[in-house]
Structure formats: structure tokens, C-alpha cells
Ligand binder design. Structure first.
Ligand code: URA
Length: 426
């Protein structure tokens, strides 16, 4: 069959600042997903979009075409309201781990199809795989059964969910076109809308450890995603939250699971607890469950009970000991004072270099590798006090991680950090 559009015309239109028609967008996404548009042609189109942006109309149509490239899940048969959360990714962001069982324990259903880490931010599936026996892949029947019986699932998205995104994301990763607002918004929202939840809370990270380095850009991304979700009838709100400092103390898969367990047991770092509860309140509100107090469900152990059932349903042993690294190297303070900043980005890169991250999608990750932040902004330290702990099973990696961390912790008179919750959009 003759293609209805010449791909070169589509590229030229975008390159020259024109607007693509709905029919052109539908065609180019479908043809690319089927392999009828070459990788080099889509690369050129992505770069044109990166440089020229998209109109609101183009963005809605592009996102719909990505959703229509695969299946759209139907969760309308579940008796309870469905609500999901998505974070744009940050260093030490383990919030999904306590949050999903907490919100399920409060009466909503949390269907979370999740990804693996790329670059310096860790993926939720990689974290959960630190738990002996836990498996990320479920059949559709297992997925729906767990949603009925436990109320929360965190698992890998199947190949049928927005397959256009899978190809486009891999191509963006190697063509310098990841950090484009319309491409990020359509990538995230196509998967979240296809997942079928009736409400969504977005945690848009801002700061050195996030995709979005400043509040204005993070706000623009949040507004684009909230508009896309709302236009599709999904109640969508976003919180802009700080990612200038790692979240909590633990960065790295098993280390973060242990910290999430502390939160579920009623302890844990105050910022992790605060953000978990703030997101839980937004999710319950979006799900129409306004009279439920998530702080109670955390304190009385209901969230921990749901966590245990959620992990066991996916083959994990909630009582198993988490793996620990064989080598721990401590970085200490060279001077006394107040910790003024702990820069999330180098801490994320160091954790990645210690073995927690992957350079290519298919690389394995180390469950035990990572960094523990022993002194947080605002803490007073003396000379020789521990600042950071580097965990790894491969001592050869420590030197490179140390080089990355040069200057990552600053000591002075007063802490300079963003507020944890910067603002709400929606
Ligand atoms: N996460 C996604 O799923 N897509 C992006 O483009 C960026 C972050």
C-alpha cells in the first residue's frame, strides 16, 4: 500500500516550524511502530520536535496516537476507585514502595505499571527485585487478581502497553532528545492513560537530581501532563517536589527497600514520611476517599500488612533478609559546621558507578550497591564525622565513585535547600 504521507514532508514541516495535522501524527506514530518509518527519519523528526516544540493540539494528538499504538487496560470492573502515582524520577526516590500499599490499605486500588532505571535515577522494579523471590512480570490474569485481592500491584508494563513509547524512548535516549517537555509529557501520559486508572497524581521532581532543574520548567511539564490527563477524563494533579537533595538517606536498591520498610514500620526519615503522606492524601482525594487518614493506616500497621501481601503475591518473601554489600567506605567531614547541601546528582551518579545503575537497558544491576547519606542538610558535623557511606561488592568501583562525589557535600553556616513540596498544579 502506498503511504498516505511522505515522511520527509512531515519532518520538513516540523523542522520549518509548521504544525503537523492530526492525520500526519496518527500516521507517523503508527508507521514508526510497525517499522515502516526508518530510525533515522524518526530521529530527525524527534530532533525537529525537540527544537520547535509542539502546539497543544499536536501534543494531545501525539499522545493519543501513542496510546492507540497498543492496548488500553479496562479496570472498570474493580469495585473500588483506581488511582496511580507517577514520579518523573529522582535520587533515592523510593516513595512508591510505602505509598502503594498505604493507599490500598486506605481503600483505593493502585495499579502501577513501572519501569527500570536509566541513567542516575533508580527504577522501582530494580528496587523491588532486591527482595528475594520477588518477580516483576505478571500475566494479565495475575495482575487483575492481585488488584482484586490485595488492592495494589507494582509490576512491569507488558509489551502491549504503548509500544510506540518503548521504541521512541530508546531512540530518544541515543539521539539527545530525552529532555523535551512535549516528548516527556507524551511518553509518561501515554503509558499512564493506557494503564486505565481513573485518577493520577504526578510527582514532578525539580532540582539537580531531576530531569527538570528549575521550578519554571518543572511547572510547564506538570501543566502539560495535568492537561493531557484531564482531557482524557482522568482526574490528574501534580506536586512539584524537591530533588536538589537525595530523598531520605538511602540511595540504591536494597538500601532503599530497607528504608521503605522503616517507613512502613512507623519510622524512617522525616522527608520520606512527609512526601509519602502528602502524595497519599492527594491520591485518596483524587479517588474520592476524602475522609480517610493515611497517617493512621501507616501508624497502626495496616499499610505494612498490605505491603506484605503485595510482596508475597509476586513471589517475594517479606521476611527474607535483604542483601548487603561486602564493602562499605565512609566519606568523612574535613571541617566542622552545618551541612549546607548534599547535591543529589553526584550522589545518584556515584550510586550508579558503585553498581546500582545500568549504562544500557539490558545491563544487570547490583542490588546491594549504593550510597547512604549520613549527614543531611541542616545537620551539624564535627571534623571526621561520617558524611556518606559508599556500598558495593566491587571495591574497584570506589575510587571512581569518590571522584564523582568531590564537592557533593558542602559545609558552612546554614542549609540552602528547596522546600520538600514546592507547589501543587491541578
Ligand atoms: N519517564 C518516561 O517514562 N518518559 C520520559 O520521557 C521521561 C521519563
Amino acid at each position: 500500500m502506498t503511504a498516505p504521507f511522505a515522511v520527509v514532508d512531515v519532518i520538513r514541516t516540523k523542522r520549518d516550524g509548521g504544525e503537523l495535522t492530526g492525520a500526519q501524527i496518527d500516521w507517523v506514530i503508527d508507521a514508526y511502530t510497525r517499522g515502516a518509518v526508518a530510525e533515522e527519519q524518526m530521529s530527525a523528526l524527534l530532533m525537529a520536535i525537540f527544537l520547535r516544540g509542539m502546539s497543544d493540539r499536536e501534543l494531545v494528538r501525539w499522545t493519543m496516537a501513542m496510546i492507540n499504538s497498543g492496548e488500553r487496560m479496562d479496570l472498570s470492573g474493580l469495585a473500588r476507585p483506581t488511582v496511580d502515582k507517577h514520579s518523573t524520577g529522582g535520587v533515592g526516590d523510593k516513595i512508591t514502595l510505602p505509598l502503594a500499599p498505604l493507599v490500598a490499605a486506605c481503600g483505593a486500588v493502585v495499579p502501577q505499571l513501572s519501569g527500570r532505571g536509566l541513567g542516575h535515577t533508580g527504577g522501582t522494579l530494580d528496587k523491588l527485585e532486591a527482595i528475594p523471590g520477588w518477580r516483576a512480570t505478571l500475566t494479565s490474569e495475575e495482575y487483575l487478581r492481585q488488584l482484586h485481592e490485595v488492592g495494589a500491584v507494582v509490576c512491569a508494563a507488558g509489551a502491549a502497553l504503548a509500544p510506540a513509547d518503548r521504541k521512541l524512548y530508546a531512540l530518544r535516549d541515543v539521539t539527545g532528545t530525552v529532555d523535551s517537555i512535549p516528548l516527556i509529557a507524551s511518553s509518561i501520559m501515554s503509558k499512564k492513560i493506557a494503564e486505565g486508572a481513573s485518577a493520577l497524581v504526578l510527582d514532578v521532581k525539580v532540582g539537580s537530581g531531576a530531569f527538570m532543574k528549575d521550578v519554571a520548567t518543572a511547572r510547564t511539564l506538570a501543566e502539560a501532563m495535568v492537561a493531557l490527563g484531564t482531557a482524557q477524563g482522568m482526574r490528574t494533579v501534580a506536586l512539584l517536589t524537591a530533588m536538589d537533595t537525595p530523598l531520605g538517606r538511602a540511595v540504591g536498591h536494597a538500601l532503599e527497600v530497607a528504608e521503605a520498610l522503616d517507613v512502613l514500620a512507623g519510622g524512617g526519615p522525616p522527608d520520606v514520611v512527609e512526601l509519602t503522606l502528602a502524595l497519599a492524601r492527594e491520591m485518596l482525594d483524587a479517588a474520592g476517599l476524602v475522609d480517610v487518614d493515611p497517617a493512621k493506616a501507616l501508624a497502626d500497621g495496616r499499610a505494612m500488612d498490605t505491603w506484605r501481601r503485595m510482596i508475597a503475591a509476586q513471589g517475594g518473601d517479606p521476611d527474607a533478609r535483604l542483601p548487603r554489600a561486602s564493602e562499605v567506605h565512609t566519606v568523612t567531614a574535613a571541617r566542622a559546621g552545618v551541612v549546607t547541601s548534599v547535591d543529589a546528582y553526584p550522589v545518584g551518579i556515584a550510586s550508579w558507578r558503585l553498581g546500582a545503575g545500568r549504562a544500557r537497558k539490558e545491563d544487570p544491576v547490583s542490588a546491594t550497591a549504593g550510597v547512604v547519606v549520613r549527614a543531611r542538610p541542616g545537620d551539624r558535623v564535627t571534623v571526621g564525622a561520617p558524611l556518606l557511606e559508599l556500598h558495593t561488592d566491587d571495591p574497584d568501583r570506589i575510587e571512581l565513585a569518590l571522584a564523582t562525589l568531590e564537592g557533593a557535600v558542602t559545609i558552612g553556616d546554614a542549609a540552602q535547600t528547596l522546600p520538600l513540596i514546592v507547589e501543587r498544579v491541578g
